[in-house]
Write a protein that binds this ligand. Sequence first.
Ligand code: ADP
Length: 253
Amino acid sequence: MAEATSNGGATATRKNEDTRSTGGADGSVFEARGLKKDYDEGQVQALRGVDVRIRQGEFVAIIGPSGCGKSTLLQMLGALDLPSGGSLLYRGNSLTELRDPAAYRAREIGFIFQAFHLLPTLTAAENVQIPMFETSRPLAERKSRAVELLKAVGLEQRVGHYPSKLSGGERQRVAIARSLANGPSVLLADEPTGNLDSANAHLILELLVRIQREQQMTMVLVTHDLTIAARASRTIQMKDGQIVADSNPWPLS
Ligand code: ADP
């Protein structure tokens, strides 16, 4: 199972599973073809035929105006919701036919949200343990791993603090530690700096960039902030539920 190491960085090695080392047959992590998502019985067409392939280890920023479908696309990649049409593969396996979407989310994906989504009645260390409840990891191991992960994001002094006693930047660092709990190979981040002042936004962005590089993770980050997007290796621009520009495209074969 995945373990954290405290090396002054945010290293947490990944699970040694075959699905981790390879992509689909073509090496892709995600492959969407004609991906559609309707809401309100088709009155809202949030995704209107998205075609995209994402490579292992890419840092992809998704940009575009509010309401263009960025978060919806991220939710599809994280199997938080089902598409209305088209196909979506994760390392060659269909995400629409997953037997256990919760297991996929717990094992493969780290989620980071704008609003942190920490549980207020749990300490920082307990919040970090939440995704580990989906695994069979023993309690003592969960606790020690949570502490290691908090150390790795520079919060060793805040292990027993409740979210209300933490600054916004610290809360997001707890959320980042939580996202790494099960050693995911993909990070999905939805406006991760949207609730932070510019100094904290900078710190969080640099932390995410460091984690992504050190662990060679695939990271897909939704943002409206072009300075954040400029740090990505690839920028995908959406408009009206479709991709309208891609700085480093990988066309579907
Ligand atoms: P973005 O992340 O680019 O701001 P979203 O993906 O959140 O855009 O939303 C795309 C469109 O889908 C918007 O018109 C939004 O109002 C609509 N939408 C998103 N989620 C829902 C939902 N659960 N129910 C109904 N409409 C939704």
